[in-house]
Design a protein around this ligand. Structure first.
Ligand SMILES: Cc1cc2nc3c(=O)[nH]c(=O)nc-3n(C[C@H](O)[C@H](O)[C@H](O)COP(=O)(O)OP(=O)(O)OC[C@H]3O[C@@H](n4cnc5c(N)ncnc54)[C@H](O)[C@@H]3O)c2cc1C
Length: 428
């Protein structure tokens, strides 16, 4: 950028909160609900007009498997389970024990895809509204985090672009669930983008939905040219097909170019479905995502960085806060690359609490896909059931820190485990 302009203005305050969660995606909603249920006065700030992040604005789905690698038992419970059970009561989700792979719910993929949870994005928005309201979370939609004011290695206040103009919020503890580590980056935490060597992130995809598909005809011909995943309602599919490469999710020009390119790809994919995919001849495009789905952007440097070996060998950390088992799903970073799932994962692997704690900034936790983790390993941890488990853990940890009057790095891990287990989390 050639010129800068000094801009100074008073930012009226929305008040003071025990815990401020920035970003209302799968990790952010779970962080806020867990924090509020543990007695903290909690604010959840979301830039879009809905909660759910990639699951709603980007139409991503199904929820990837929450089972161990071979699909024998669930390894994520807690708020994830609560959310999908609520959804299933109104046929907004098919519970994972009722699905298997390969099937039309997994686009016929088998490996690592046993027991996914197909869900309806609109019903998810409703469930997340209800969940946050019932927990007493103060929610601000249409409000973006833009900067923070730090003092003595801690965040004192965050600056928000609200619809009324610039606003501020002070807080004791902050949780970055922006999916881009926006808060950590603004607070001076060391971060990197994409693959360590090249800086290239996983590609983006503009998801879309179609209905009026003849399931039986699609079922009969599993060799299909477009990746489509059936949702709970018969004949309705999410399509996750093309890739846009080398997109920087933290750069407006890059995202603008990529989103325009992805829109053209949707037209192409829709044509291929219509013309070449049995069962899709009469399919109707019902909606395209309002947000370009980005699989990867920043990663934070934390007190522990989860490695590919940890995921491959299933190292069982004493400060674990989440278990997971999805494969390291690294989509091709360049149009010339091939294949994902290149390295095997353990039957179960574990995420340590320290990977949610940034190297600097003592009153900040980070949850979701940007935790401290090697880029390849993040290929497994980035999916939604894991993001929710990490969010729940961050919310419980922040509330415990507030209650005990200590910094997040100094909380009692046995006490954290006790809270998480009492709230349905699976830790063994
Ligand atoms: C194309 C694609 C396909 C995928 N397929 C699957 C799949 O099939 N199953 C699966 O389980 N996972 C899948 N994933 C992965 C999964 O969707 C994400 O990794 C997951 O949603 C991460 O959750 P999160 O809470 O960390 O971040 P996000 O879901 O990205 O949520 C971040 C939230 O923060 C908000 N936000 C961002 N910046 C700011 C700011 N400055 N101020 C305020 N709010 C902000 C955003 O609007 C968003 O709501 C896919 C991802 C993509 C992109």
């Amino acid at each position: 950028m050639e010129h800068t302009i000094l801009y100074q203005k008073e930012a009226p305050s929305y008040g003071h909160y025990d815990i401020v969660v920035l970003g209302g995606g799968p990790s952010g909603v779970c962080a806020a609900v867990e924090a509020a249920r543990n007695g903290a006065k909690t604010l959840l700030v979301e830039g879009a007009g809905m909660l759910g992040g990639m699951a709603t604005t980007a139409l991503v789905g199904p929820f990837m498997t929450n089972y161990d690698r071979d699909g024998n038992r669930p390894v994520v419970g807690g708020l994830y389970r609560e959310i999908i059970e609520r959804l299933s009561r109104t046929d907004g989700a098919i519970l994972p024990e009722e699905t298997d792979s390969p099937s039309i719910h997994t686009s016929f993929l088998q490996r690592y895809h046993r027991h996914v949870t197909p869900f309806d994005s609109f019903q998810l928005q409703i469930v997340l509204d209800e969940l946050t309201q019932e927990a007493g979370v103060d929610v601000l939609l249409y409000t973006r985090f833009v900067d923070c004011i730090c003092e003595n290695g801690r965040i004192k206040a965050v600056i928000l672009a609200a619809l009324e103009g610039l606003r501020s919020v002070t807080g004791d503890l902050f949780i970055d669930c922006t999916g881009n580590a926006d808060v950590a980056s603004a607070a001076g935490v060391p971060t990197w983008k994409g693959e360590e060597d090249s800086g290239i992130p996983q590609p983006g995809t503009l998801m879309f939905e179609v209905d009026q598909v003849e399931d039986e005809r699609y079922l009969a011909r599993p060799t299909k040219p477009v990746k489509a995943y059936r949702m709970p309602r018969k004949g309705c599919y999410k399509v996750n097909h093309y890739h846009v490469y080398n997109v920087d999710a933290t750069d407006s020009r890059s995202m603008t170019r990529a989103h325009m390119e992805a829109r053209r790809q949707v037209l192409d994919a829709y044509r291929v479905l219509h013309d070449e995919t049995p069962g899709f001849e009469h399919a109707q495009l019902t909606q395209t995502a309002s947000v370009l789905g980005m699989r990867e952007s920043r990663h934070i440097e934390g007190r522990y960085k989860v490695t590919v070996d940890d995921v491959n060998q299933g190292v069982k950390f004493s400060d674990r806060v989440a278990l997971f088992a999805f494969g390291m799903d690294v989509h091709t970073r360049r149009s010339t690359d091939s294949g994902n799932f290149k390295i095997e994962v353990a039957d179960i692997y574990y995420v340590p609490y320290r990977s949610l704690l940034p190297l600097s900034c003592d009153n900040l936790l980070v949850a979701g896909k940007t935790i401290s983790c090697q880029s390849q390993a993040a290929g497994g941890l980035r999916v939604m059931p894991c993001a929710m488990a990490l969010g729940q853990a961050a919310g419980a940890a922040a509330a415990l820190a507030k209650k005990s009057g200590v910094l997040p790095a100094d909380i009692s891990i046995p006490a954290l485990h006790e809270t998480l287990r009492a709230h349905g989390a699976i830790l063994d």
